[in-house]
Design a protein around this ligand. Structure first.
Ligand SMILES: N[C@@H](CCC(=O)N[C@@H](CS)C(=O)NCC(=O)O)C(=O)O
Length: 215
């Protein structure tokens, strides 16, 4: 039996949850937070910075959402093709996964971190994050032109859905990135993703910049 430690509002927890839901993989969700100090303690002890999600599979503890998905693809496969079998195609998939973590999720997180630290988002940080995200959006919009979308979800959809969900709240995807706007809507409508969106809805007041009245 698998245990996934995380929080329903956490973007990286979504990334792992989408893979689990897409493959109908049985697991127990162990929520972190003040109501479950034992779960938080396990997460804190498991990795260098005590981040979640954390997957426990028997004696094995795995952190980093991408690594969790690699483990699920190898040891708990299901109908969703999380990673291509062809090694070169798998490398290309991993590269795009890095794009969403490093150049979308992390850029969005910079503004969240500033609000948590300073209590407000300064104009220079706001402009810097917007510029970084817009540059990423334009690149992804171009990449999408040649992307053969899978029937279900792969590592790419697992990474893209939470990153684009929250990044669009910080810096909305501009109208000239029409492919990306449409893809975000498509991702949010996928059953494993919409389940995450709905389960996170009660926690929207946690979003430090204020959640918009949409999605
Ligand atoms: N690189 C990690 C990032 C995980 C991460 O940043 N998790 C956030 C929640 S979305 C977290 O643990 N926040 C609590 C903390 O930083 O103490 C991954 O890919 O899993």
């Amino acid at each position: 039996m698998l245990d996934l430690y995380g929080h329903p509002f956490s973007s990286y927890t979504w990334k792992a949850l989408i893979a689990l839901y897409a493959n109908v993989t049985p697991f127990t969700f162990r929520q972190v937070g003040p109501d479950h100090p034992e779960n938080s303690a396990r997460v804190q002890a498991a990795s260098p910075q005590g981040k979640f999600p954390l997957l426990v599979d028997g004696a094995l503890e795995l952190f980093e959402a991408s690594v969790i998905i690699e483990h699920l693809a190898r040891h708990h496969p299901g109908p969703a093709p999380l990673l291509p079998i062809d090694p070169d195609a798998a490398i290309a998939t991993r590269m795009i996964d890095r794009v969403f973590d490093n150049y979308v999720m992390n850029a969005m997180q910079e503004s969240v971190d500033e609000v948590l630290r300073e209590g407000t988002l300064g104009e220079s940080m706001r402009a810097r994050v917007e510029a970084r995200l817009h540059r990423s959006y334009r690149w992804i919009d171009g990449w999408l032109e040649g992307y053969a979308q899978p029937d279900g979800v792969s590592l790419i959809e697992c990474a893209a859905a939470p990153a684009l969900f929250y990044a669009d709240w910080v810096a909305p995807i501009p109208d000239d990135c029409a492919r990306l706007k449409a893809w975000r809507a498509h991702l949010l409508a996928l059953p494993p993703v919409s389940r995450c969106v709905e389960d996170a809805r009660p926690y929207r007041h946690y979003f430090p910049l204020g959640a918009p009245d949409r999605d």
